[in-house]
Ligand binder design. Structure first.
Ligand SMILES: NC(=O)c1ccc[n+]([C@@H]2O[C@H](COP(=O)([O-])OP(=O)(O)OC[C@H]3O[C@@H](n4cnc5c(N)ncnc54)[C@H](OP(=O)(O)O)[C@@H]3O)[C@@H](O)[C@H]2O)c1
Length: 286
């Protein structure tokens, strides 16, 4: 179900026409908007992985820097007995949002929870939610991933690879799409001594690896995992590298960019998001 975080007010049907003049939330044209604020103005954003470390940081940045954003849709699963609405509320319990709440007390009106799970086919999104997303979303960030190095290959393939394909499928159906960013990791290319801002050959082609994981038993895939990994140290970096191949092959005709951060944690400045020295990002026009 797609509803506002705290109430069931209907979603404003923006029709997603973000390239019009840029009235602010006050309705006035503001020529002082930065290029980035103009880009986001009146846009609806869809984020996967919003409950995670980088996802929270992204939500914070969008809410504080781009007040013209219409709605932020968050794909969230229920977890450990908590429903998606409690989980979305918990995102904002983090102290990092304290100042933002003072400056923008009505932030929650923009936050909309979408029930979904990367473990499910089609991200487990209901058909009604899918329609809301395809009709309204302009900008997509796909961050959801299992970041466990020792994740079972089948689970890592489902969350990191198949869900990435499902997100891109969803994006293909979006009627007013402006931008898609897939968050990878610099460690997908750990066999390289230097990583340039381009695609590299994957450890195995994504469609073949998906087919393999679909066909063999859990026990069998675990037995052959060390052979499959080859030069990759773990299932995390391996499946994220396969996901890059999914992005390369499934983004035809869409404005897709890929971001490969290095390590980002609370001790690394958030500007890592735009600092080439902390990772790399590039646009892909298939
Ligand atoms: N932090 C870093 O140093 C770093 C560096 C390079 C790249 N990255 C990339 O950045 C992205 C985010 O990383 P992070 O550090 O923020 O990781 P994180 O804190 O572990 O967050 C992972 C996010 O993915 C979501 N997720 C996992 N499995 C899911 C599922 N089955 N269905 C729906 N959502 C699911 C989690 O939701 P739940 O809360 O429901 O589990 C959480 O929101 C990842 O793609 C990662 O590869 C991170």
């Amino acid at each position: 179900m797609t509803v506002s975080m705290y109430d069931d007010e209907p979603l404003a049907q923006t029709g997603g026409q973000p390239d019009q003049p840029t009235p602010t939330t006050t309705g006035k044209i503001d020529e002082q908007l930065t290029a980035i604020q103009q880009f986001y103005d009146k846009c609806n954003v869809f984020i996967t992985g919003g409950t995670g470390f980088l996802g929270k940081t992204l939500i914070y940045k969008l809410l504080t820097s781009c007040p013209g954003i219409e709605n932020i849709f968050l794909l969230v699963r229920s977890k450990r007995g908590k429903d998606i609405f409690s989980r979305v509320e918990e995102i904002f319990d983090d102290a990092m949002f304290d100042k933002m709440k003072q400056a923008c007390p009505k932030y929650d009106h923009k936050i909309r929870a979408v029930a979904g799970d990367c473990m499910q086919p089609g991200l487990g999104i209901s058909s009604s939610d899918r329609e809301v997303l395809t009709e309204n979303v302009n900008i997509v960030f796909h961050l959801a991933a299992t970041v466990r190095f020792d994740e079972k290959m089948k689970t890592a393939m489902q969350i990191n690879v198949k869900a990435c394909r499902d997100v891109l499928d969803l994006c293909h159906d979006m009627k007013h799409l402006k931008s898609v960013i897939y968050v990878s990791t610099a460690y997908t290319q750990c066999p390289q001594s230097v990583v340039d801002e381009r695609f590299y050959d994957p450890p195995l082609e994504s469609d073949k690896m998906i087919h393999l994981t679909d066909c063999v038993t859990d026990g069998m895939i675990e037995k052959i995992t060390p052979v499959l990994l080859d030069k990759w140290p773990n299932t995390y970096t391996f499946t994220k590298a396969i996901a890059e191949d999914v992005v390369r092959k499934n983004s035809r005709g869409m404005p897709v960019g890929m971001f490969r951060p290095g390590i980002a944690n609370s001790r690394v400045r958030i500007s890592a998001f735009c600092s080439p020295s902390q990772g790399s990002s590039f646009r892909h026009h298939a």
